[in-house]
Design a protein around this ligand. Structure first.
Ligand code: UDX
Length: 425
């Protein structure tokens, strides 16, 4: 078992640290935020992520997982150093590498000879080389090992991945990193660092393209009178297409897809390739926010201003408390701009939302529907399916539902006299 430093305790770092400790390695996680480190030492996990708090508590109890302030403190006596720092979108769309460079520069002087620095942050093609040059250590290898973790199922994705990708110039370093995953049953693919970095971006951009395609097909279904749910089911039986990632919705979002898709278009541009296709994928997504908002506004009739809308769901998808680039927020921003009053419920959101300054956040799904003319469902929380729609009908001023996730049972709602409007059906 190895001794691993994990630099950065965000979604990726904390999942990586907790899972490596679960696999039996000795893991030291570092962050610059002293208060966060203090909480993590007590097993307090600041994000909603299934099983993460349990893994962290178990790791601390077994002595396999510890938390320190500062990257140097973690790295000084470790064999592997996972860089899991944020790479936010910079002003020109390219990923901002300042955190990555700072972390690399910080640990460089203390790295034990022969150790391996592993880049897990999503970084532009060529960044593994950049980390190596920032560190200036010929006795240390730098390897790329991109993550493919979905929020909400991140631990399962780490422990049961479809593949482990390792990008290394040095064969021995690649084999050592592969060894960290000995207890994980998945194909391990070794390639050069630039190809590994490209695999990460290409995978995210492909999935985002798949979703924009499905949303475009949903719009086509509305035009021709087909039911998109049946259309994607029929498509998904074809193994070349696959059943996953075919759910139409209000648009796609989150902390990765928008940022990484924009970044890949920028990488292409910087290398002289005009990735028009990808820019269209992004455009289709923006249009989907607009179309979904227009559905809500249309459902309010001729003068939407001042009317009340109930919104169920605010996070970018179910199973997470993450509001970053949330399609729900994007749609409701547009609805709010039309002068509509919003009362919103989400099972994991209790504070006001900066991007929706006039929206009232309530702690009960029924309270959100009080006096509402339209109910819009924007995040696919399973609990919404099992609510009492007789009670919802009583609460609402007018019984119209815009189900932007095709989550609810249409016939059950129509039996209760609701005007049901889904996506692509
Ligand atoms: C994504 C990638 O899936 C993961 O591999 C990568 O490492 C990080 O980015 P995540 O951001 O957690 O993961 O979200 P994901 O589950 O992929 O969903 C992204 C968006 O697409 C969400 O807004 C979600 O609601 C939407 N989506 C997803 C759909 O609209 N329909 C689908 O069928 C699937």
């Amino acid at each position: 078992m190895a001794r691993i430093a994990v630099i950065g305790t965000g979604y990726v770092g904390l999942t990586t640290g907790a899972c490596f400790a679960h696999l039996g390695h000795d893991v030291v996680c570092a962050d610059i935020d002293e208060a966060k480190v203090e909480s993590l030492r007590k097993g307090i996990v600041p994000i909603v992520e299934r099983d993460l708090d349990r893994f962290v508590t178990e790791g601390i109890a077994s002595g396999k997982l510890s938390f320190v302030v500062g990257a140097r403190e973690a790295s000084k006596d470790c064999e592997f150093h996972y860089l899991c720092v944020p790479t936010p979108q910079g002003p020109d769309g390219a990923a901002d590498l300042s955190y990555l460079e700072a972390a690399a520069a910080e640990i460089a002087p203390v790295l034990p000879t022969g150790s391996v620095v592993v880049n897990k942050s999503t970084v532009p093609v060529g960044s593994t080389g950049l980390v190596a040059s920032v560190m200036g250590r010929n006795d240390v290898e730098v390897v790329s090992n991109p993550e493919f973790l979905r929020e909400g199922t991140a631990l399962d994705d780490f422990l049961n991945p479809d593949r482990v990708v390792i990008g290394a110039r040095d064969q021995e370093a690649a084999i050592r990193v592969a060894g960290l995953y000995n207890r994980v049953h998945a194909p391990v693919m070794v390639t050069d660092p630039i190809s590994a970095e490209t695999i990460k971006y290409a995978s995210n951009a492909f999935l985002a393209s798949k979703l924009s395609f499905v949303n475009a097909i949903a719009n086509l279904c509305e035009a021709v009178g087909a039911d998109v749910n049946d259309v994607v089911l029929g498509m998904g039986y074809d193994r070349r297409i696959g059943k996953e990632f075919l759910r139409p919705g209000p648009g796609w979002g989150g902390s990765c897809f928008p940022k990484d898709t924009i970044a890949l278009a920028k990488i292409a541009e910087d290398h002289g390739y005009d990735f028009t296709f990808l820019r269209e994928v992004l455009k289709v997504n923006d249009e989907q926010f607009d179309r979904t908002a227009a559905k809500v506004i249309d459902a309010l009739g001729d003068s939407p201003e001042g009317k009340q809308v109930a919104c169920w769901g605010l996070t970018f998808k179910a199973g997470t408390d993450d509001l970053r680039q949330s399609p729900a927020v994007e749609v409701m921003k547009r609805v709010e701009a039309a002068g509509v009053k919003i009362r919103a419920y989400d099972p994991v959101v209790s504070s006001p939302i900066g991007d929706l300054p006039t929206a009232e956040i309530v702690s009960d799904p029924y309270a959100a529907t009080d006096g509402a003319e339209v109910l819009v469902v924007l995040t696919e929380w399973d609990e919404f399916r099992w609510l009492d729609f007789d009670k919802v009908a009583e609460n609402m001023a007018s019984k119209v539902v815009v189900d932007a996730r095709n989550l609810l049972d249409r016939s059950q709602l129509e039996r209760r006299g609701f005007d049901y409007r889904g996506i692509g059906r």
